[in-house]
Design a protein around this ligand. Structure first.
Ligand code: PHE
Length: 344
């Protein structure tokens, strides 16, 4: 039994020195496997004196169990260590700053369109739309604009098809075309806001662009009054420029509204005392408006004895430039990121 004792005393050191699972498999085979000392001794049990066998057998079992325990204990440790190592190696450091991806944002014009649309849809208006290539009828005739009106000349309006008054196609000069189109397509009542692109033969300068945007408002129902127009514009001015704004309406002329007015908003930069923003007048000219002319109702098939309405139309670039202090409309068309990045 000496060599078994020797094995029992050397095995713990051997097992402890094994530092891989593959190595431990080999050690296990050596200690308790088919060719191990313990197995060899078990095979020899048959040759022993029957009286000795139980004690020797029990001793062999004990030694085998001790060796197996050593191996199993070490295996558990090695597996844990492997797992711990894996946890460390695979750890994701969530505090590492992410790589910054450049993200785009809407252009200021789009933002302004969205904001104005929100302001009016919040009080029940629907968004309306119309084509940019438009008939002269929708751009002028339906809107009570006589054939001789100077704005119809090629010097003011870009035509795709010019000459035959019945058949003229142009790039719409204002979003008021959507007034005519909306009323044509549905009975009253109507409450729409129509943002969109317009074209005029203007030379590009600080305040003009041959392509620009307007927003058109139209409300038609029984009993709509000039007071409703004024209240709606005041609501818009306060939503867009701040709660302290007041407005004034100055008599004006448009073929499609009667009476017509120009709406001014009190200067938000100086509160009326006069500054550069309002050209020292305390007021900022903002948009055109008025009560829909009965001739327009007749042209599109509404009964002017049944309904009344108001309309207004303003420049998107204009209101955005006023609010954000942009002094040149070309900044909005130049694709200069230094400008665009200020309005994210
Ligand atoms: N269409 C006019 C313009 O372009 C503005 C306007 C719209 C005026 C609606 C009155 C009513 O200047």
């Amino acid at each position: 039994m000496d060599d078994l004792d020797a094995l029992l005393s050397s095995a713990p050191g051997q097992v402890a020195a094994t530092d891989s699972l593959e190595g431990l498999d080999a050690v296990e085979a050596e200690l308790v496997g088919r060719r191990s000392l313990v197995t060899e001794r078990r095979r020899g049990l048959g040759q022993l004196d029957p009286a000795e066998r139980p004690a020797v057998g029990a001793r062999l079992n004990e030694v085998a169990a001790t060796l197996q325990e050593l191996v199993d204990g070490r295996r558990l440790m090695l597996e844990r260590e492997a797992e711990d190592r894996l946890l460390v190696e695979d750890r994701v450091d969530i505090t590492v700053p992410r790589r910054l991806v450049a993200t785009g944002t809407s252009h200021l014009i789009t933002q302004t369109i969205d904001e104005i649309s929100d302001i009016f849809t919040a009080i029940g208006y629907q968004i309306a739309d119309g084509p940019e290539a438009e008939t002269a009828w929708h751009n002028f005739d339906a809107l009570n604009t006589p054939w001789w009106h100077p704005s119809r000349l090629e010097s003011d309006t870009m035509y795709l098809d010019y000459g035959d008054p019945e058949d003229e196609i142009l790039l719409r000069t204002h979003t008021s075309t959507v007034q005519a189109r909306t009323m044509e397509s549905q009975p009253p009542p109507v409450h729409v806001i129509a943002p969109g692109r317009c074209y005029r033969t203007d030379t590009f300068d600080a305040t003009h662009s041959p392509v620009f945007h307007q927003f058109e408002g139209l409300a038609v129902a029984e009993g709509i009054t000039f007071q409703d127009l004024k209240g709606t514009l005041l609501y818009f001015a306060r939503e867009y420029f701040g709660p302290d704004r007041t407005i004034r309406l100055i008599p004006h002329f448009f073929p499609f509204t009667e009476p017509s007015a120009e709406m001014h908003v009190s200067c938000f930069a100086c509160d009326g005392s006069g500054c550069r923003v309002c050209s020292h007048s305390g007021w900022i000219e903002l948009l055109g408006c008025g009560m829909v002319d009965p001739n327009v109702f007749e042209a599109i098939g509404y009964d002017p004895s049944q309904v009344t309405g108001f309309a207004f139309g303003g420049g998107i670039e204009r209101v955005a430039m006023v609010r954000h202090g942009i002094d040149d409309i070309r900044h909005l068309w130049d694709n200069d990121l230094r400008v665009n990045e200020q309005f994210v």
